[in-house]
Design a protein around this ligand. Structure first.
Ligand code: GLN
Length: 216
């Protein structure tokens, strides 16, 4: 079980540690070839405009977008959530997302006075959901529209802050900075389940024979 962590910017090490403690092998991803044969990918928190710019610069944007469409399990936290949204509000003028989740996400949605905060939440889908999960929000986005196929996993008051759509998971908060790994465990479980599915996921153009095994 190998899970990639997009390592162009953001809190890569924290995700890597949480994934390892959840039973996955971790591969930092900085180049398109490093996306080959992954069982899942994490897009960390950081600065979504920077992550977007660097991914386009390093030729990672299209392969990641295609892998998402092909069914690769992907988890995005905070900036990663923004990058998984089909539509964003308050993005930079030329900001592009990978998309995949039928939702509209507003960047920096909790206002200046609460740039950062922590709160105990119930998160659906994780182990022992009745035990509150300490969530950390840092200049966090929120989901302002979730499509019919999107499952809401957690809210702060009325704001949607965790969602799942099939093989895609996104949280406004940063579970990687706490010692509670139940969100990462959920994602590793999603990767394991998807691994049993028939789809082959190969992005490298190094071997053209691989192209034939790619699913649309
Ligand atoms: N505000 C950042 C952005 O728009 C996200 C913050 C974070 O990932 N902690 O990308």
């Amino acid at each position: 079980m190998t899970v990639g962590v997009l390592a162009v910017q953001g809190d890569v090490l924290e995700h890597a540690r949480a994934l390892e403690l959840s039973g996955a092998r971790v591969r930092p991803v900085r180049r398109p070839e490093e996306l080959d044969h992954l069982d899942g990918l994490v897009i960390p928190g950081g600065e979504s405009t920077t992550i977007d710019r660097l991914c386009r610069l390093f030729d990672l944007h299209e392969p990641i977008r295609d892998l998402i469409a092909d069914g690769l399990p992907v988890y995005g936290s905070c900036a990663g959530m923004i990058q998984l949204a089909d539509e964003i509000l308050d993005g930079h003028r030329d900001q592009q997302t990978f998309g995949g989740i039928d939702m509209t996400v507003r960047r920096n949605a909790f206002g200046r006075q609460v740039d950062s905060f922590e709160v105990d939440l119930r998160i659906e889908g994780i182990a022992d959901p009745d035990r509150p999960f300490r969530t950390v929000f840092i200049r966090a986005p929120r989901v302002e529209r979730a499509g019919a196929g999107v499952e809401v996993l957690a809210r702060v008051d009325d704001a949607v802050v965790a969602v799942r759509q099939g093989h895609l998971l996104a949280t406004s908060f940063h579970p990687e900075v706490t010692d509670d790994h139940r969100v990462h465990e959920l994602f590793v479980r999603m990767c394991r389940e998807a691994r049993g599915a028939p789809a082959q996921r190969v992005t490298s153009v190094a071997d053209p024979a691989d192209e034939g095994s790619r699913t649309a």
